[in-house]
Design a protein around this ligand. Structure first.
Ligand SMILES: [Zn+2]
Length: 144
């Protein structure tokens, strides 16, 4: 069989059969399963309800899980706080649909580049990855 690129890691691999879309690396298989589960939760109400009940039961047996998780993973806890703030802001101020398309803004910024300076969080929305804090600063153009 011909080698194909893995959509998760972009490396080429030889699939075992026609339906294998992702390579066999554990990280890529986790992404494949997460995508499958996301699709399954969206399309199968019985599966969704079963997952909800299962998670509820598990959490009743492990009531201090999230407290310990936040203590063990301060970076992830902080990322989740940032994402929740963004979700809260989106709920309070929903974006105007005429100005946005997909994830990019259609109207490019031509003036006031100075106002872009500051600290931002780059937050992946497709795969589960850590958010990255970045700093954007404007560089003055040297006319010489
Ligand atoms: Zn892969």
């Amino acid at each position: 069989m011909e080698s194909v690129p893995c959509p998760a890691c972009s490396t080429f691999f030889v699939p075992r059969n026609k339906s294998q879309g992702f390579c066999s690396k554990p990280a890529c298989q986790r992404i494949r399963k997460a995508l499958w589960q996301k699709q399954k939760l969206a399309s199968d109400p019985d599966y969704k309800e079963g997952q909800r009940l299962s998670q509820k039961k598990w959490l009743q047996n492990n009531p201090d899980y999230w407290e310990k998780y936040r203590r063990r993973n301060p970076k992830k806890a902080n990322r989740n706080r940032v994402l929740q703030k963004i979700r809260n802001m989106k709920q309070q101020h929903p974006p105007k649909p005429s100005k946005t398309f997909g994830i990019a803004k259609m109207d490019s910024r031509k003036s006031s580049l100075q106002s872009l300076s500051g600290q931002y969080w780059l937050i992946p929305t497709v795969a589960k990855m850590d958010a990255v804090k970045i700093f954007i600063a404007t560089v003055p153009i040297n006319p010489s």
